[in-house]
Design a protein around this ligand. Sequence first.
Ligand SMILES: [Zn+2]
Length: 83
Amino acid sequence: MIIWTEKNQMVRIADKVLCNMCGEEIKAHIEVPGQFEFAILRASWGYGSQHDTQKFQLEICEDCIYRRLLPVLKILPETTESI
Ligand SMILES: [Zn+2]
């Protein structure tokens, strides 16, 4: 969960990021694109689903991804390295 600070009606700044899974604050360099230390999971449910029109976003810390989420998956995601 990203906690936003409203600077004015046009500008809001990300103040801090809390992990949706453990609730802990995540060290985040959100002002630098691509420098996240958390995963962003987005859902946008479409026609025919039980949650049609609903959207949400989760921010999950690295520790929760590797210790809590990945172990319960039956199929692991493909991992690639970026330089
Ligand atoms: Zn966490």
